[in-house]
Design a protein around this ligand. Sequence first.
Ligand SMILES: [Ca+2]
Ligand SMILES: [Ca+2]
Ligand SMILES: [Ca+2]
Length: 413
Amino acid sequence: MTIQHIKKHLKKYLIGAATLIGAVSSGVYVNNTYNESNQPQVVITPNKQDIAEGEEPQDANTVSYEEMSKGAKKAYLDMENDKDEPEVISGTTRERIVCYNVENLFDTEDDPKNHGDDDFTPDGKYQWTELKYNTKLKHISTAIKEAGNGISPMIVGLVEMENKEVLEDLIQQDALKNHGYAIIHKNSRDPRGIDVALLYQKNKLVQKGIDWINCEPTRSHSNMREILHCTFIIKSNNEKLHVFINHWPSMKDGEEETEPKRIIAATALRNAISEVHAKEGENANIVIMGDFNSLPSSKSQHETLGVRLYKEKYESADLYNLLSKYEDNPNIGTHKFNQKWDVIDQVIVCANLLDKKNDIFTTANSAHICHKKFLLKQSNSGYYSPKRALSGYVWSNGYSDHLPVSLDLYIKQ
Ligand SMILES: [Ca+2]
Ligand SMILES: [Ca+2]
Ligand SMILES: [Ca+2]
């Protein structure tokens, strides 16, 4: 541990007691606490303007999910149709994989080698203080735990975090510590320094291989983010599992204009899958997750990667996208853009994993979008969107612009 690292952590502990005081911008203050049943409760302190003149301010009151959803518009009610009620399949253990774009999980230190983190320092544009960073860590770890829906995820894929130190801080948070997570990370070539990474539970998995797939091997100055390919052995039954974590190029400069870049990523991933199949046969167990910045039916996913949609599951293919069933529903998604929900975070599995005869399998209904209320904010007109940590440059005490996604694997003993 370096002196800088010790100083950083000491500062964090001193600040810890301050919790969220001062972090809260004007507006409704939503805090997530835990009740006895360990379910997150949303505590709302009304705005001053919400209190009638002369009326005494009331204490913070707890509002149940049921109560809150009464006034909710269709945008949230539709999402509730994705019931995360996992099947119990006898003779198997259920293990969950969560993947989450955590939207700019930067530490507060200035990395002199990276201009991409300059805005995320106490003096930077976002005034990114230890208090904001610690709150974001607490929130993201809570979201991961809740996306596990009662079990601590065996694997967590992460997208859009700065470096290994933030992952070390993340797994020390109350929601994740004591679950034996190990970290797989490498700094990417991304100009802002944002990376993909993976956490896994050492008591359940043995790590057998790590490959960072270079999407543009022939370009010496490529700044495309690598795709992470991890190989594990599941300790309980010795099955091999391949996990790919992706963060494909963004649609920022237009969906059509940027699609060629995602086709490059899709080609690299396709080649890696074909390599696994060539080495291990068609029965290899493959899970592919991440932020693909594209819809399941896009050219990059459907044509280049060759992923088939849920509704096409009887068409012979080697890869299926289990979240594609939500693509045509404007009220369900993992990310909201121009008032419309889109599924741009994906859960893709090989055909082999959909066969219940295998020692490790999943089902067509085992992929979920975590849309618990605390991850969402409601507009004045009643519509929901992901509750972000920052709205523009203003701290808004939230989580991310994406929702976490998950996949359940059933493992025979
Ligand atoms: Ca930094
Ligand atoms: Ca810097
Ligand atoms: Ca980095």
